[in-house]
Ligand binder design. Structure first.
Ligand SMILES: Cc1ncc(COP(=O)(O)O)c(C=O)c1O
Length: 375
């Protein structure tokens, strides 16, 4: 069997301590409230074929890094959609439309959110229009078409696809179900976050009596990360260190926390981690993240394929894990931070640590997944 080499190739690019860190449970649960979180679990846990996704132990990696445990929430098993996004968009569609067949649903997406919205719409028999940028693979587009959605491809990046979605939705009176918030559009993104929080409910039951010391949360616009923070406030008694990881080319959470205010960044090169290649933190997540994230890190794309392969080849755990590109930055940043003695000490990473990572997606884009495996 191959042993893992965790040498200096595994690096983080930037590390930031949040000077305004102050985990305020009550305030967090004012932004995403307990009733909304509880209702999402009540409804989603009754969906057909619902079952909690596995909480795996990356035992081989934990042994190598000399940590107690590394929990890995395996969202490749989330319904048939292969990502946590299945919990958000589809739930928001159900709540907002109440199944009214007159309503046409629309959204803009990097892939997984749209798939969830298309799936949720098809379950309710609703028409659905999905706007994608030139960077979204045809494989992901086809996955959405398979749920009966009309796909509209827009020149340029995600922002362009969102602008076009808003424009056409206004003209045609379509109901936008977006995971990003802006002024006057906060209710739907909150519903998607409430949906995501189901992950933390499951985790709180799966860890039994263990305490999590550190959690590493991937961020694009910050919805998933903020939903997990709200889930921590709702379900956990012991608050772990909360670390946000982003692509080095799209570190909008890190830059905003550094500036102490929302900062729009300019993306020079899109990361391979397409779902996380975002230039601005969404409004609702920002309200939660700005004080409850203890640290931010960024990683390059360099170790993505290595991580995908190690997960698949049982180098981190006893079982084979199918983890797509967005499932890798938690692992990459953990090894990178552990390779830096100063950061390791600052974060108190040691043999008692129980670290929680999110395997946000499986081979949701099968072609890219195969490419990463063969690299
Ligand atoms: C596939 C995928 N899309 C998007 C995101 C980012 O979610 P959000 O935009 O809510 O921060 C992630 C995780 O970070 C992801 O794994």
């Amino acid at each position: 069997m191959k042993t893992i080499n965790l040498d200096s190739i595994w690096q983080i690019s930037k590390f930031l301590e949040n000077k305004k860190y102050n985990f305020d449970k009550e305030n967090i649960l004012k932004i995403l409230n307990k009733e909304d979180i509880d209702e999402a679990y009540k409804i989603i846990s009754k969906w057909d074929n619902y079952s909690p996704t596995p909480l795996l132990n990356l035992n081989k990696l934990a042994e190598k890094l000399k940590f107690n445990k590394i929990f890995y929430k395996d969202e490749s098993k989330r319904f048939s959609l292969k990502s946590f996004k299945a919990l958000g968009g589809a739930y928001a569609v159900e709540k907002i439309t109440k199944g009214n067949k007159e309503i046409v649903v629309s959204t803009a997406t990097a892939g997984n959110h749209g798939r969830s919205v298309a799936w949720g719409s098809s379950k309710l028999g609703l028409k659905c229009k999905i706007f994608i940028s030139e960077y979204v693979s045809e494989f992901r587009a086809e996955a959405m078409r398979s749920f009966g959605a009309d796909i509209i491809r827009v020149n340029g990046n995600y922002d362009n696809s969102l602008k076009e979605c808003i424009k056409q939705s206004k003209q045609n009176n379509w109901q936008i179900v977006q995971d990003v918030a802006w002024e006057d559009y906060k209710q739907v993104p909150k519903l998607t976050m409430a949906g995501y929080s189901v992950m933390m409910k499951e985790i709180s039951q799966q860890i039994k009596n263990e305490k999590i010391s550190h959690v590493i949360l991937q961020a694009g616009v910050g919805g998933m990360a903020a939903a997990m923070v709200a889930g921590i406030a709702r379900y956990l008694n012991d608050i772990p260190k909360i670390i946000v990881v982003e692509p080095e080319s799209a570190a909008c959470v890190l830059e905003s926390i550094k500036a102490g205010k929302l900062e729009k960044i300019s993306i020079k090169k899109e990361s391979l981690m397409g779902g996380m290649s975002c230039d601005e933190v969404s409004l609702v997540p920002w309200e939660i993240l700005k004080n409850s994230v203890s640290h931010c890190v960024t990683v390059s794309d360099n170790c993505i394929s290595k991580t995908v392969k190690s997960l698949a080849n049982c180098e981190f755990s006893n079982e084979k894990i199918i983890g797509g590109e967005c499932s890798t930055p938690g692992i990459i940043s953990l090894i990178g931070m552990n390779n830096d003695p100063e950061i390791k000490k600052k974060l108190n990473l040691n043999e008692n640590s129980n670290i929680l990572l999110f395997g946000c997606e499986g081979d949701a884009d099968e072609e890219l997944y195969q490419k990463l495996l063969n690299e």
